[in-house]
Design a protein around this ligand. Structure first.
Ligand code: ATR
Length: 273
């Protein structure tokens, strides 16, 4: 049977095996999908061993995405732009192809929620790996402007300069930000510590769309805060998780699985519904 897995550390709580097992059942693909948690300095060896022993493909998550970028034979254009790899496929001619499906997953999830990206004014919070992965797919949707704000302003400036060729992207400090924005995407890891990015409440209005790339069984700190400020449309990163997985599954198997039912089952599994 074709073997796939996700590399991460820690990875025990990953939902990827659950999601890919449902995709395989739905599309009648014969495959198994497991977990691997190598020591942080043993990822390269573990990856090599997996493919030497017949593995067909893998996902890569924290903290190995940047290292995976350096270990594959070839990079997709979107992985090159992201500077990180979350999906690896062994091609029929024995090449390890590194791809990045995170940004495509975000855009697919935003669209599935009916969010219009074309001609919109987007505020992206954070300038780390998650922001970098999202930029090219977001700019490909032709927003009128994409503003990056980050606690460490120089990182936002660097990122804006790096993606300047793909659209109207600028960097502003949190204090400089002037609305109205149509969509705010939180790519910071602040919610992980139950913290909030220092965003002025006045930037949140009833018709704004709020997206937090983090997720949990209950509202993330950012989603909870945005609701308190009156935002009516709030989304967390659970849909992005399923959509990036669907994109990876499509890269591996050439068949695109449906995501709606799988997202519902995942929510049930997490106790969200
Ligand atoms: P990831 O790969 O998940 O993006 P990362 O590269 O470590 O992780 O980036 C984390 C991002 O969250 C950064 O933009 C970080 O801001 P700094 O560049 O100033 O460190 C941001 N971040 C983390 N905690 C934050 C907080 N409490 N408030 C605001 N931004 C925060």
């Amino acid at each position: 049977m074709d073997r796939y897995l996700v590399f991460g550390h820690p990875v025990r709580h990953s939902k990827s095996p659950f999601i890919h097992t449902l995709f395989a059942r739905q599309t009648q693909q014969e495959l198994e999908y497991g977990l691997a948690e190598p020591a942080v300095d043993e990822f390269a060896q573990a990856l090599r061993t997996f493919f030497d022993q017949g593995g067909k493909g893998c996902n890569v998550t924290v903290p190995f995405k940047e290292q995976a970028f350096t270990l594959v034979d070839r990079l997709s254009p979107r992985a090159k732009r992201a500077g990180a790899v979350n999906t690896i496929k062994l091609t029929d001619d024995g090449v390890l192809l590194g791809d990045n499906t995170d940004g495509a997953g975000l855009v697919a999830d935003l669209k599935s929620h009916g969010v219009t990206l074309a001609d919109s004014r987007i505020l992206l919070l954070g300038a780390g790996g998650a922001a970098r992965g999202a930029l090219a797919p977001l700019l490909a949707e032709l927003p009128s402007e994409l503003v990056i704000a980050n606690r460490t302003h120089t990182k936002a400036q660097q990122l804006a300069a790096e993606f300047h060729d793909l659209g109207h992207v600028t960097a502003q400090t949190y204090e400089q930000l002037a609305g109205p924005f149509d969509l705010v995407i939180n790519s910071t890891s602040a919610s992980l510590q139950g913290e909030l990015p220092p965003l002025a409440p006045a930037l949140i209005h009833t018709d704004i769309a709020i997206y937090d790339m983090m997720y949990g069984a209950s509202d993330t700190a950012f989603v909870g805060w945005a609701k308190q400020q009156g935002a009516r449309q709030t989304m967390d990163g659970l849909g992005m998780l399923v959509e990036q997985a669907a994109e990876a599954f499509t890269v591996w198997r050439g068949i695109r699985p449906g995501t709606k039912q799988v997202l519902r089952e995942l929510k049930r599994n997490l106790g969200v519904i």
